[in-house]
Write a protein that binds this ligand. Structure first.
Ligand SMILES: Cc1cc2nc3c(=O)[nH]c(=O)nc-3n(C[C@H](O)[C@H](O)[C@H](O)COP(=O)(O)OP(=O)(O)OC[C@H]3O[C@@H](n4cnc5c(N)ncnc54)[C@H](O)[C@@H]3O)c2cc1C
Length: 272
């Protein structure tokens, strides 16, 4: 059992984990491939104190090393849902489940709007997780829209278990629409229709309100107060996911506050 699960291994999430460790709390960071982070693409960062001119890639590497050095555990994968369970939470990542006392969302900016039909058919042919749902589509025609670094590997997994995969990488089509009646029946990509029974949409992240139904958002950002608390007790948020300016020092500062608040929350619930 872990005190705090942090979703997102960018500056906000790592800063939160370091602060939690300083306060004697254990944490697990669930994060997608580092190359899916926006920070990975930054050629030069000149406004982070003490590390002038560092590349985004190197900054992720030093932050990760720092956190690992104080015992923070990393789980590579995509967090798919947060399930409140009384005074605890369960966070699902692939087929695994991490149990914790508080959650910090540090997921960065939400990228990409939902495709037409995506929300309507979620759980009725639309899936975000190849390893969780792949077996349901053996010997069936499916489409994979690969929008993350790990998507080609996940598509290969689906092929290996016998799914007939039509793969769309980020560049293959500009417009998608998922159509059907009770369940998915086809995917239209740039006007061309593909008859499929399933559509796997493999992004690096999941929209915050899909991750945790009931979480309040405002124009795509998670609403958080000055203590980084969201509207759901025990769930905190920090960094780009709560709003602009999208900057590394702001993300690290908010991560620090979220770490303090989550540690206090866990202490306040001890013994319950
Ligand atoms: C090209 C470029 C240059 C930039 N240059 C600068 C600069 O010079 N100075 C500056 O201050 N800022 C710069 N930025 C902005 C900076 O990168 C961000 O403000 C900062 O990285 C935000 O940190 P974060 O921790 O909030 O989110 P991120 O760094 O985006 O980290 C979030 C992580 O969470 C992961 N994630 C999301 N959802 C899930 C999920 N469901 N499960 C698992 N993992 C998930 C993401 O894949 C990502 O790895 C730049 C950005 C870009 C794109």
């Amino acid at each position: 059992m872990t005190d705090i699960v942090i979703i997102g291994g960018g500056p906000a999430g790592i800063s939160a984990a370091l602060t939690a460790a300083q306060r004697g709390k254990t944490s697990v960071i669930i994060t997608s491939a580092p190359e899916d982070s926006l920070l990975w693409k930054a050629e030069k960062i000149d406004n982070y104190p003490g590390l002038p001119g560092i590349t985004g890639k190197d900054l992720i590497a030093v932050l990760t090393k720092h956190a690992e050095g104080v015992g923070v555990k990393f789980v590579r994968g995509k967090a798919l849902s947060i399930i409140p369970m009384g005074n605890r939470f369960g966070v699902s990542v692939g087929m695994d489940f991490v149990d914790c006392g508080a959650v910090i969302l540090a997921t960065g900016v939400a990228r990409g709007k939902a495709f037409p039909g995506e929300k309507e058919f979620l759980g009725a042919g639309v899936s975000y997780c190849a390893t969780c749902d792949g077996m349901l589509y053996r010997e069936k025609n499916i489409a994979v829209i690969g929008l993350s670094a790990e998507a080609p590997e996940e598509a290969e997994f689906l092929r290996s278990i016998g799914c007939n995969v039509e793969y769309f990488d980020g560049k293959r089509a500009k417009k998608y629409e998922i159509k059907g009646a009770e369940r998915v029946e086809s995917l239209t990509a740039d006007g061309e229709s593909y008859p499929v029974e399933g559509v796997f949409i493999l992004r690096a992240g999941v929209a915050p309100d899909t991750l945790l139904p009931g979480l309040e958002t405002d124009k795509g950002h998670i609403r958080a107060d000055a203590e980084m608390a969201t509207n759901i007790p025990g769930v905190f948020a920090a960094g780009d996911c709560i709003g602009a300016p999208y900057q590394v020092p702001k993300a690290a500062g908010e991560g620090n506050i979220a770490g303090i608040s989550a540690a206090r929350y866990v202490e306040s619930r001890a013994g319950e």
